[in-house]
Ligand binder design. Structure first.
Ligand SMILES: C[S@@+](CC[C@H](N)C(=O)[O-])C[C@H]1O[C@@H](n2cnc3c(N)ncnc32)[C@H](O)[C@@H]1O
Length: 373
């Protein structure tokens, strides 16, 4: 299934480590490489990162909306589920425990998450596999790993895991002193320091406004540029705090929250690779299979909602209310219009679930070749 989202990937049966070569290369990489060349912002590297040898350190992540995800993906009791963001395998383990007929292919770009997932999934033997890959390589990973087996579910639980946020050395948190890193894939080509110290002021302001909904983006970008070079998370957090009007500083959460979110999204190109993964998920699902996506901020959710709606109509361009004459082929049925949100009890127990939104859709049958437009 070589295509526009071409990628190479490592494959490891769970419980083992693999030294097979990794090349993560996709359409999004190519766009980023071109952009990087044009702006001189960053150098996109296509490499062969080693798989981790050490067992996973403590990796605690509470799976969000677990009951709702299980209900969404539990409609099929046999076949493969692709967990494209396997993380600490919280959802994955619960799915395999609940449905002995299901098997699971877990993807993650973070080797420490993958090591933790591998350890937790080892007891399922051949029912579970893990692959280090970015999820825009989903179609190719599935083609190579599952060899035409039925994919009955795809889960995307977007964003970062708790250990990524809580481990100081990853540089995701404004509270913990660390180098400005924020890469989910530690072999990734660009760090937060590259963005903070290398982007033009206008580009930086754009990133903060678009990925962080930061209304003081221009002020913060100006302050960052005059404080360069910034090396650590806490240095950056102090610059952001001082750039924000005092009255605003006293309201709401930490003033650096939105800046850190925006930088993380930029560094990991989160919104760029998401549409590729969503299209691939629709493509690999067998009819009746379910796609479940958990998003955590408005930018992500907007992309998910648009992609699901597009596949619901097949991109139909006919006037609303008239029968479709443009030949569009709907691929999805949405299980409900809006997204589901976590219960208040879950948010009390796990505040990080607070912004979660779950959208679920079901794959429609593909038209027989003679029916195809
Ligand atoms: C919210 S956590 C998933 C937690 C998991 N559902 C669980 O129950 O433990 C998101 C995970 O997705 C991974 N991730 C984020 N974006 C990714 C991408 N583009 N490709 C592959 N993995 C990604 C992160 O490294 C992280 O481990």
């Amino acid at each position: 299934m070589e295509g526009p989202h071409s990628a190479r990937f490592p494959s490891s049966p769970v419980g083992e480590t693999s030294r097979r070569a990794t090349v993560i290369r996709g359409a999004a990489d190519e766009r980023a490489r071109r952009r990087a060349t044009a702006t001189g912002r960053c150098d996109v590297r296509v490499g062969t990162p080693p798989m981790p040898d050490a067992p996973a350190p403590d990796f605690h992540h509470a799976p969000v909306m677990l009951a709702e995800v299980l209900a969404a993906l539990g409609s099929a009791t046999e076949g493969w589920v692709v967990d494209a963001t396997v993380g600490g395998a919280g959802h994955a383990v619960a799915l395999l425990d609940a449905h002995p007929g299901l098997s699971l292919l877990g993807l993650d770009q973070d080797p420490s998450a993958l090591a933790a997932a591998g350890e937790r999934l080892a007891r399922f033997g051949p029912r579970a596999r893990t692959v280090r890959a970015r999820f825009d390589a989903l179609a190719e990973v599935v083609a190579a790993e599952l060899d035409g087996a039925a994919v009955v579910g795809v889960l995307l639980d977007l964003g970062v895991s708790s250990p990524q946020l809580d481990r100081a050395d990853r540089g995701f948190s404004y509270r913990l002193e660390a180098p400005l890193d924020m890469r989910m894939d530690p072999e990734g080509p660009m760090t937060a320091a590259d963005v903070v110290n290398g982007y033009a002021e206008a580009d930086l302001a754009h990133v903060l406004a678009i990925h962080g909904d930061e209304r003081f983006a221009a002020r913060i970008a100006r302050a960052i540029v005059s404080a360069r070079p910034l090396r650590t998370t806490t240095e950056l957090a102090a610059v952001v705090r001082d750039a924000i009007p005092a009255a605003t500083r006293r309201r709401g959460g930490h003033p650096a929250t939105r800046t850190f979110q925006a930088l993380r999204i930029e560094v990991n190109r989160e919104l760029e690779v998401l549409p590729v993964a969503l299209d691939a998920a629709v493509e690999v699902l067998r009819p009746g299979g379910r796609l479940a996506v958990l998003s955590y901020h408005s930018g992500e959710d907007r992309i998910v909602k648009r992609a699901l709606r597009w596949h619901e109509t097949g991109g139909c361009t006919c006037p609303p209310g008239l029968p479709c004459a443009c030949g569009a082929v709907p691929a999805l049925r949405l299980l409900r219009r809006g997204g589901l949100t976590p219960t208040p009890a879950e948010v009390t127990a796990n505040p990080r679930a607070g912004s979660a939104r779950l959208r679920v859709a079901e794959r429609l049958p593909r038209p027989a070749p003679e029916e195809a437009p």
